[in-house]
Design a protein around this ligand. Structure first.
Ligand SMILES: Cc1ncc(C[n+]2csc(CCOP(=O)(O)OP(=O)(O)O)c2C)c(N)n1
Ligand SMILES: [Mg+2]
Length: 537
């Protein structure tokens, strides 16, 4: 056995079951070794897509996926997706071939690339250490929630390994026990609060039950950040998403809270609308198992270092009597789709709100939604209902456009019983169009919805009002439906609600091909969240 085989085998032994990539000579043997050891490999058409597929798969499956790339250019192509994963603390391993000879065409300082985007570089250095170093890479990804770049130099890959790697235990992250004094301090705050609101973030995913029980006991209302959307779905005291996507009623109720507890949630400028959702007299608490996250985005009154589940459970034990808290009010509807609006649809352009509501009605409840970046992104995020915290995959930590389609692919493979929905702008769709091939090749029953305004709408609305020239950010119409048909999709051009009959037919049909909807949307207004974001800046 050589090092390439040993590394592939060790990665799978350590828990990697799903691999995405683009295979070149440098990662050919590594990839085949992972497949031989039992992993599933999905060939993407661009490494940028492969990186985000692995990221989304890890997020929506709770496992650690791998990305495999060719040395140098394979890795640089993947960097945007790797940056997104690293910023989101996605446990993921990037297995990259590497050349160490600076005169090679493929040479680039791969370690520096990893560091530049917050990924952890690791290198396989010898035959003797190969298996342990590969397993160590997975362990770092899982235990420290990091995106790890595992560099495997070509000369090392070819070395003979004397013994096959021994089987080992799968790494896991240990739950951090909260400090008793910090729990006591939060117990006290919860007991005294009259209008407590819990805002659950990524770290709260998987802890619905205990958080609901504690919220019930302390009379708290429940909200989430965008990355935990769906966590409290169906709870009558759930306010939905906190932040830019919050409905007016949700924002009003959070703004009136006297205690805000962020659970595994950064309470960053997006989730707290640049602080505008925090009332002047509100006490702000953060619970996180990573001490460095406490107070990283805003001033907090109390930080509790601890696992969300363990901390909530300690608090429930300590809280004592049931309290009315914030549950004396009538929350009313907190859904965006119940907010009245003037439908701006014309004969040949559909209002993006009308489009989103109609889609919400026609799509099955069991869905997994991925949203790209752009002016349009608030509509699918706020108007499309999702079944639980694995129903929206939100790869927006780097705010890159072009990740939405690959996100939907990774999420679809992680949640195979759900209808995958990719909501994209025309800019993001055209940037990532190569992965339409991957959707079709995998036979995914995906709906791709393009909110097509023939523009980089975010820029148009940012700069248009000041009278700047917009030729660099506006485009002649592109027939994205025709492009999709070329990739083997069914496709529909949608200008009116009536045109959405095609989606209904597709949902009720055999689903033998994915469907792309090229929705020509009204483009004269910036979306509400973008307007607010501009104001915040
Ligand atoms: C990789 C990348 N390039 C550029 C940008 C800047 N940018 C932000 S939104 C946007 C326009 C996106 O256009 P589209 O996908 O059509 O969505 P729209 O804003 O029109 O709704 C651009 C270019 C970015 N965020 N990411
Ligand atoms: Mg656009």
């Amino acid at each position: 056995m050589n090092v390439a085989d040993a590394v592939g085998r060790a990665l799978v032994a350590a828990g990697v079951r799903q691999v995405f990539g683009v295979v070149g000579s440098g990662n050919f043997h590594l990839t085949n070794a992972m497949v031989a050891a039992g992993a599933r490999f999905v060939a993407a058409r661009h490494e940028g897509g492969a990186a985000t597929m692995a990221d989304a798969y890890s997020r929506m499956s709770g496992t650690v996926a791998a990305l495999t790339v060719h040395q140098g250019c394979g890795l640089t192509n993947a960097m945007t997706g790797i940056a997104e994963a690293a910023k989101s603390r996605t446990p993921m391993v990037v297995v990259a071939a590497e050349v160490l000879e600076p005169r090679s065409n493929f040479y680039v300082d791969q370690e520096a690339l990893a560091r530049a985007v917050g990924a952890v570089p690791v290198r396989i250095t010898s035959a003797e250490t190969a298996a342990a170093q590969a397993q160590g890479a997975v362990a770092t990804a899982v235990r420290e929630r990091r995106t790890v770049l595992l560099n495997v130099p070509l000369p090392v890959q070819a070395l003979e390994v004397p013994l096959p790697a021994a089987a080992q235990q799968l790494p896991s992250r240990e739950a951090v026990m909260p400090d008793a004094a910090e729990v006591a301090a939060l117990t006290d705050l919860l007991r005294r609060a009259e209008r407590p609101v819990f805002v659950a973030g990524r770290g709260a995913r998987g802890h619905r039950q205990i958080l609901e029980a504690l919220a019930e006991r302390s009379g708290a209302l429940l909200a989430t950040s965008a990355v935990a959307h769906g966590l409290f779905r169906g709870n009558p005291w759930s306010l939905g998403i906190s932040g830019g996507f919050a409905s007016p009623r949700t924002a009003e109720l959070i703004r009136a809270a006297d205690l805000i507890v962020g659970w595994g949630c950064a309470l960053n400028m997006w989730t707290m609308r640049h602080g505008q959702l925090i009332g002047p007299d509100a006490t702000v608490v953060q619970v996180d198992d990573d001490t460095s996250a406490l107070g990283a985005h805003r001033e907090i009154h109390l930080g509790v270092t601890g696992d969300v589940g363990l901390t909530a459970s300690r608090l429930l034990d300590a809280c004592g009597d049931q309290q009315i808290g914030y549950r004396s009010i009538e929350p009313g509807s907190v859904r965006w789709r119940d907010v009245p609006y003037d439908d701006s649809s014309t004969a040949d352009r559909i209002d993006p709100r009308t489009l989103s509501i109609a889609l919400d009605d026609v799509l099955p409840a069991e869905r997994v939604v991925a949203v790209d970046s752009g002016n349009f992104m608030g509509y699918p995020s706020a108007y499309l209902d999702v079944p639980d915290e694995n129903g929206l995959c939100f790869t927006q930590a780097f705010q890159s456009i072009g990740l939405g389609l690959a996100t939907a692919i990774g999420a679809a493979l992680a949640q195979p019983d759900r209808l995958p929905v990719a909501a994209l702008g025309d800019g993001g769709a055209l940037m990532s169009a190569a992965e339409l091939d991957t959707v079709r090749r995998l036979g995914l029953p995906m709906l791709v919805v393009v909110y097509n305004d023939d523009a980089y709408g975010a820029e148009v609305h940012h700069f248009g009002p000041d009278g700047h020239p917009l030729e660099t950010v506006t485009f002649p119409p592109t027939d994205i439906a025709a492009i999709a048909r070329g990739y083997g999709f069914e496709a529909a051009t949608v200008r009116t609600v009536g045109d959405l009959a095609a989606v209904k037919d597709w949902v009720n049909g055999p689903g033998s091909a994915p469907l792309l909807v090229d929705a020509k949307v009204v483009a004269d207004q910036p979306s509400w969240w973008l307007e607010e974001a501009f104001r915040g800046h």
